[in-house]
Design a protein around this ligand. Structure first.
Ligand code: KIV
Ligand code: ZN
Length: 387
């Protein structure tokens, strides 16, 4: 099965977004988890941007010599030299240099012609290659770039020595079929001379879907972040991309090197470091991702988990599926919870407890275990507590 490389940019694109900045010791703690998780390439920072980023790249590449560590650099001499310096002790350094290629960026941001950009991109890659064998070039805003020009740039940077060509959906504008077409075209042109990489932002909520469409079309590296953190609406979420490939291997017959049971712990650690965690209904790692509240769902789940669960929670490191007891819950789930709490209720007792439970649940968002205990004890008395 073909391998898809997971390029983690939690510590670079993720870290540069509001509420997500990390100190070097915090990045080191996160890096330890990312290495354990099995990411293939770890982008540790943007060394020219700050002393802290420089230090983080240096410290992470010293600590994990067997890992490919990437440092970001604009396509300028100063940036590339700074990135190279930060990776001086790395055993597997990657210099990741980028330049915008869309007409919008050329006209308003860079004020450069296409020919200038083409030349500068190739020159930047050649310079980076004088410091490292492993060089990645990113065509910033690739999805709003004229495809013919993108093809010329891609060929030129590979000619200059890039081993990976990244075609980012920088502003999260693309949609899956369109992105797949673009990636397929460039992958065909480059053949086995370079790996085509994708880097999707989530402005339309399509980052994971776009990344998967790209993999199907020939991309073999996906850039992503834990919890999907990143600029604006974030990057493609690592856990979503990896679990979609694993769960729907029938449609995506690829392999990643990710140890999926470490996904939830990595997400938890990140949440404890930065200013926010994933929203409760976030796929894979959200608080409710494996919680069942509706009575019909709880009943089905208790009879056979696969009725309502497509992923075994333990396979992503979540201790167990959770039944949330609230106003949508049924008798079956309440019985299971009372048994878990040590009660063996008769049918009549359960009916009474269930009636009182529905009255309480109607007034609240969810009913806690201690409240259920109170209800049961009221009815059957403490003597009924099993053991
Ligand atoms: O979104 C983007 O285009 C980037 C590049 C620097 C890879 O983050
Ligand atoms: Zn980005």
């Amino acid at each position: 099965m073909s391998r898809v490389y997971i390029f983690d940019t939690t510590l670079r694109d993720g870290e540069q977004s509001p509420g997500c900045s990390m100190t070097t010791p915090e990045k080191m703690r996160m890096a330890a988890h990312l290495v354990d998780l099995g990411v293939d390439i770890l982008e540790a920072g943007f060394p020219i941007a700050s002393e802290g980023d420089f230090e983080s790249v240096q410290a992470i590449s010293r600590q994990y010599p067997w890992v490919q560590v990437a440092a970001l650099a604009r396509a300028t001499k100063l940036d590339i030299e700074r990135a190279a310096e930060s990776l001086k002790d790395a055993k597997r350094p990657r210099i990741h240099t980028f330049l915008a290629t869309s007409d919008i960026h050329l006209k308003y941001k860079l004020k450069k012609s296409r020919e200038q950009v083409l030349e500068e991109a190739a020159a930047a890659v050649a310079l980076a290659r004088s410091y490292a064998d492993d060089v990645e070039f990113s065509a910033e805003d690739a999805t709003r770039t004229d495809p013919d020009f993108l093809e010329r740039v891609s060929k030129a940077v590979v000619e200059a020595g890039a081993r990976t060509v990244n075609l980012p959906d920088t502003v999260g504008f693309s949609v899956p079929d369109e992105y797949g077409e673009l990636i397929g075209r460039i992958a065909k042109v480059l053949g086995d001379r370079a790996i085509v990489s994708v880097h999707c932002h989530d402005d339309l909520g399509l980052a994971a879907a776009n990344s998967l469409a790209a993999v199907k079309a020939g991309a073999r590296q996906v850039e992503c972040t834990i919890n999907g953190i990143g600029e604006r609406a974030g990057n493609a979420s690592l856990e979503e991309v990896v679990m979609a490939i694993k769960t729907r291997n029938d449609r995506y017959p690829f392999q990643t090197g990710i140890h999926t049971e470490k996904l939830y712990p990595a997400s938890q650690l990140l949440s404890s470091i930065i200013a926010f965690g994933p929203q409760p209904n976030k796929a894979i790692v959200g608080e409710n991702a494996f919680a069942h509240e509706a009575g019909i769902h709880q009943d089905g789940y208790l009879k056979e988990k696969s009725t309502y669960e497509i992923i075994d929670p333990q396979s992503v490191g979540v201790p167990e599926g959770r039944l949330v007891l609230g106003k949508h819950s049924g008798r079956h789930a309440l019985k299971k919870r009372t048994e878990d709490l040590g009660f063996d209720l008769s049918k009549e007792e359960l009916d009474t407890v269930y009636h009182r439970f529905t009255l309480l649940a109607d007034r609240k968002k969810g009913v806690r275990n201690d409240e259920i205990l109170n209800l049961v004890q009221d009815i059957v008395g403490r003597a009924a507590i099993a053991n």
